[in-house]
Design a protein around this ligand. Sequence first.
Ligand code: HEM
Ligand SMILES: *[C@@H]1O[C@H](CO)[C@@H](O)[C@H](O)[C@H]1NC(C)=O
Length: 321
Amino acid sequence: MAISTSSLKTVLTLSLLLCVGSCSAQLSTNFYSKTCPNVFTTVKSAVRSAISKESRMGASLLRLFFHDCFVNGCDGSILLDDTSSFTGEKNANPNRNSARGFDVVDDIKSKVEKVCPGVVSCADILAIAARDSVVILGGTSWNVKLGRRDSKTASQSAANNNIPPPTSNLNNLISSFQSKGLSTKDMVALSGGHTIGQARCTNFRARIYNESNIESSFAKTRQGRCPSSSGSGDNNLAPLDLQTPTAFDNNYFKNLINQKGLLHSDQQLFNGGSTDSQVRTYSNNPSTFNSDFAAAMIKMGDISPLTGSNGEIRKNCRRVN
Ligand code: HEM
Ligand SMILES: *[C@@H]1O[C@H](CO)[C@@H](O)[C@H](O)[C@H]1NC(C)=O
């Protein structure tokens, strides 16, 4: 076999060069197979016990992953606590009095630290916990890509500017997701995350009192626990999916077809525009929703991760090492 040393060298150099551009940025499903083979079972059992204590927790963990990824990438930045000298993301408008599940993330992290100290990032824990939450609540599964590292910074202003508000119209939603490399199709599929969890009155008040593309008995029911004057009952909760708020299914899309989306932004997906047909498809075809949701979650998890020697593996998800 005549392969010269010099051509072998060329091949090695070329693959190394290619690697510098892209290898370090690649996540992989087997990232911890040698260094923490038990990470999946450890995270799943902690998520399972948290959800058995409070069924809403699966929704809260899924949302944490979304709010992490949309703010300078999936880097655990949402988990950092504010201190007198550090402003994190927890008090940004979309998160304040709203993002939850931080204690559960601490619990998962400490269990993972027991089995593999200093190895698994908080950013990856969020990615796994989000998947496990969906599965435990009856949704689809996917292979989670791993290898993210944790940020040493956070940005309250980026959280305010990058997480779409519930007042968004369809064009706002499309461009918000597009700016993260996610298509309109991904946006509609990911919105199916609102088949679980709760929202506060302050986020749907204007819709249930002032909008016309809402089914009237549904609006009346929601008004019962969400007074019209701002300031009263602001934190009263209602399920995002009125039918099965703790089951990960396609009822969210069926609701939209019946004009029973809770948020203004939800109903935008089925309001005579370009995404109506996709909402119809998902409402009739849970398996199409499931596979599109899984693919879009993987894409969302790929948003600007810190890899290689960037960032760190936090010991405590609430603070930089
Ligand atoms: C499309 C743009 C989106 C908007 C405008 C939006 C907005 C909101 C709002 C306003 C709430 C209620 C927060 C509160 O009242 O405290 C909420 C809750 C929630 N969101 Fe979204 N969201 C969007 C996309 C997503 C995505 C992509 C996911 C995940 C794949 C997601 C998962 C959730 C979950 C699970 C909850 C309930 C959380 C809980 O009960 O703790 N959302 N969202
Ligand atoms: C409904 O719209 C009216 C007129 O714009 C406004 O004055 C009122 O505050 C709105 N109500 C709610 C609950 O948003």
